[in-house]
Design a protein around this ligand. Structure first.
Ligand SMILES: [Zn+2]
Ligand SMILES: [Zn+2]
Length: 261
C-alpha cells in the first residue's frame, strides 16, 4: 500500500497523510487536533496511529496544532532547525529531530527527502516520499517555479502542487496592496497560471498525476483553478487524457490517491 490523502489544503489550513502498510506520516498540522482526528476517522485512523510528523514551515496554516499534538501525543517531529526556532508556540515540544534539505531519511519502509522551496519563511521545505520505485511529492507555498522543486517533482507517480490564486481575483480583491504584493512575489505563492506552467514542464519529465492544493479561499476557487490549468495545458498541446488532475478540498478529506494497492 502506498497512498496519499489530503485532510485539508488551503491558505487557512494544511494537513496531508502519506500511508503505507507499515507507516503513517502527516505532513503539516495546520488544522486543529479535533479536525485532524475527524478527517482521519473517515479512513479508520486517528492521531494515535500516526508514526511521525514532517513540517514544511512555521506559518500557522501548517503548524497550528503542533504544540497541542506534542502535549497530547508522543509522535516524533521532523523539522529543520530554522523552522523550529521560528515557531511561536512550542512550550510543549520537548524534543524534535532536525532534518536538512536534499538529505535522504529512511523511516520504516519510506525514503524521505526534503527539498528547498522559495517562500517567505525561515527555511521552507517540500517533501518527496519514495517507497521502492514509487514516488509522491508535496510542494506548496512557492513564490516561483524553482529548479529544485522541478527536479524533486520529476518522475513522480503523484504530486500535490500549489495553485494558490487567480491573478485577476487577487488584483481585484480586498487585500491591502502590500499583501497582494507579498502573495504574488517570488517568495509568496504560486498562481493558477504558474501552476499550469509547472505542470506542463513536469509532464515532459514523466509526472502525470497531479492534485491542485493550497487554494486561497479569497482569491481562487476549485472550478476556476481547474479550468485555468486545463485550458493552458490544451494551449500547450497536452492531451488531457494523458494526465490525471484533481483538486484538494479546502476543509476536508479529498479523494484517496492510491499509488500502490
Ligand atoms: Zn501555507
Ligand atoms: Zn506559508
Amino acid at each position: 500500500m502506498f497512498n496519499f490523502h489530503s485532510l485539508s489544503s488551503s491558505s487557512s489550513g494544511n494537513c496531508y497523510l502519506i500511508e503505507t502498510n507499515e507507516t503513517k506520516i502527516l505532513v503539516d498540522v495546520g488544522i486543529t487536533v479535533k479536525k485532524i482526528n475527524t478527517e482521519l476517522e473517515k479512513i479508520n485512523l486517528s492521531l494515535n496511529n500516526i508514526d511521525a510528523l514532517f513540517i514544511t514551515h512555521e506559518h500557522s496554516d501548517h503548524c497550528k496544532s503542533l504544540n497541542n499534538i506534542a502535549k497530547l501525543y508522543n509522535i516524533p517531529i521532523f523539522i529543520n532547525k530554522p523552522t523550529f526556532n521560528a515557531l511561536k508556540d512550542k512550550n510543549n515540544i520537548e524534543q524534535v529531530n532536525y532534518i536538512k534539505s536534499n538529505e535522504e531519511y529512511i523511516f520504516h519502509d519510506l525514503n524521505i527527502k526534503p527539498f528547498d522551496i522559495p517562500h517567505d519563511a525561515a527555511q521552507p521545505f517540500g517533501y518527496t516520499f519514495k517507497k521502492g520505485s514509487k514516488k509522491i511529492s508535496i510542494a506548496t507555498d512557492m513564490g516561483t517555479i524553482s529548479q529544485e522543486a522541478l527536479k524533486a517533482l520529476s518522475n513522480n507517480n503523484f504530486a500535490l502542487i500549489e495553485s494558490n490564486y487567480d491573478i485577476n481575483m487577487l488584483n481585484a480583491g480586498k487585500y491591502p496592496y502590500y499583501i497582494k504584493k507579498r502573495i504574488a512575489s517570488n517568495y509568496g505563492h504560486l498562481s493558477n497560471n504558474q501552476c499550469s506552467e509547472m505542470i506542463a514542464q513536469l509532464i515532459q519529465k514523466n509526472t502525470t498525476n497531479f492534485m491542485l492544493g493550497h487554494l486561497s479561499v479569497n482569491n481562487n476557487f476549485p472550478e476556476l483553478a481547474m479550468e485555468t490549468i486545463k485550458s493552458e495545458l490544451i494551449t500547450n498541446k497536452i492531451n488531457l487524457k494523458d494526465i490525471q488532475l484533481s483538486v484538494a478540498s479546502n476543509n476536508c478529506l479529498s479523494n484517496n490517491i492510491i499509488i500502490e494497492k
